[in-house]
Design a protein around this ligand. Sequence first.
Ligand code: G3P
Length: 177
Amino acid sequence: MKFFIDTANVDEIREANSMGMADGVTTNPSLIAKEGRDFEEVIKEICEIVDGPISAEVIGLKKDEMVEEARQLAGLHKNIVVKIPMTVDGLKATRQLTGEGIKTNVTLIFSPLQALMAAKAGATYVSPFVGRLDDLSQDGLQLVEQIVEIYCNYAYNTEIIVASVRNPLHVLESAMM
Ligand code: G3P
């Protein structure tokens, strides 16, 4: 099981990395804005700390905007994974980027069929938001279970990054799946 630390704070990333708990890092524009630093500078620094997949998210909403941004992000470092939102344009962008050899993390997954579509589009990773579902009195972990079953049924290579993790039970149950 891999641990991805969800922050753009380099001190937190160093701390997790020094314990062997940072196999990768996930960021989003809000997390980077919180640091009050230049976007590219932070991403590059994170890539120097952790030798693993580093997710950096696009902000464009249209397919062509996402593809253009993704190419620039992917050019920053070999470990960059481009986070793409789960939308129709996001799926189109994912398909194209996969064809170009750029790794993607399709984020904002709230249903198993969204995860299936993302895998079919060629996503390297999907990020189901378990905590946000729990907030709505839905079962976030059940979503993870469904995605695991679907991906096993059809031997998809897409990896699942359980996101919006809020408590140790989320980690335990995910590890057991
Ligand atoms: O990467 C997604 C994650 O940041 C969302 O987490 O805790 O805001 O639901 P949360």
